[in-house]
Design a protein around this ligand. Structure first.
Ligand code: NCD
Length: 310
């Protein structure tokens, strides 16, 4: 039962609990009118200390489409954190006004810290370069709905695997499914962190390879998960400029890809997927953004109301 639970890391929920969410998200997508009023009277706080389009707006849309209400801020400059208030005090206060809190913050570990000060569920909407578990729910639901199952897949992660929190979370979560192979494609400066290799990959015996050459491996992939280079996490702007266009997917590069390969991207895209690719049936990223809203509707109803609608 997910009622009252926090969601801080991508493996906080079991695969069975996640499957329940995906089933519910599918039902909501099919018949949204049945769920229009279920969260009436509930209030969600969205506290965004970092920029966001999809995550914040899809959470707020999810809450509104369930009949609930939102409050919060998208601009930390308008909150008391600029007066020096601690995160713990901000969260304790917001927990007096809201039934659940969604927070994005540039500091790794901040979501866990927030959950310790909160009497209501805290959902991590991104803590620095660490994790982004609701993007993972989005990604997994997209794969499940498009493929019918989440198993026996070769998944290529391409771009900034060092700082990309959506990559870190999806790698951990996918490692729990059977028959998954990973191909990590990045420049050597942006490879996947060692802790992920030792914690998630080596422990679960997942096969993985690392390369800098996308074109060489694209034909092996069932899923190509593109990411942008995370400018805001670089210490040095020149290094960012040097690495930012390491990979640009265009129709020519897709020639050798499987006919049913799915191209996913958490978005925002900067330059890494040519807009010409948007017309390709393998380009799933905007559909993925829509699944993000349905899975957040399922998540909010489950943590606020329990299994009543599952
Ligand atoms: C991602 C994030 O914030 O980590 N965006 C999102 O939530 N869809 C990816 C990114 O910013 O590159």
């Amino acid at each position: 039962m997910l009622k009252g639970r926090h969601l801080i890391e991508p493996t906080d929920f079991s695969t069975e609990e996640m499957e329940k969410l995906f089933v519910l998200a599918g039902k909501i997508e099919e018949k949204p009118e049945d769920y229009r009023e279920i969260c009436r009277g509930n209030v969600l706080a969205t506290l965004f200390f970092e920029p966001s389009t999809r995550t914040r707006l899809s959470f707020e849309a999810a809450m509104l489409r369930l009949g609930g209400s939102n409050l919060g801020f998208a601009e930390p400059g308008s909150s008391s954190s600029v007066k020096g208030e601690s995160l713990a005090d901000t969260i304790r206060t917001v927990a007096c006004y809201a039934d659940a809190i969604v927070m994005r913050n540039p500091k790794e570990g901040s979501a866990l810290l927030a959950s310790r000060s909160s009497v209501v569920p805290v959902i991590n909407a991104g803590d620095g370069g660490h994790h982004h578990p609701t993007q993972t729910l989005t990604d997994l639901l997209t794969i499940r709905q498009m493929r019918g199952k989440i198993e026996k897949l070769t998944v290529g992660f391409c771009g900034d695997l060092k700082f990309g929190r959506t990559v870190h979370s999806l790698v951990e979560a996918l490692s729990r499914y059977s028959g998954i192979n990973f191909v990590f494609i990045s420049p050597k400066e942006l490879t996947i962190p060692d802790y992920l290799k030792s914690q998630a990959l080596l422990k679960s015996n997942v096969n993985f390879t690392e390369t800098a050459d996308l074109e060489n491996v694209i034909g092996d992939l069932d899923i190509l998960y593109m990411t942008r280079v995370q400018r805001e996490r670089f210490f040095n702007e020149e290094e960012y400029i040097r690495l930012k266009d390491s990979y640009i997917v265009n129709p020519a590069k897709l020639k050798n890809a499987k006919k049913d390969m799915m191209i996913l991207h958490p978005l925002p895209r900067v330059n890494e997927i040519d807009t010409e690719v948007d017309k390709d049936p393998r380009a799933i990223y905007f559909r993925q953004a829509k699944y993000g809203m349905y899975v957040r509707m399922a998540l909010l109803s489950s943590i606020l109301l329990g299994d009543k609608y599952a």
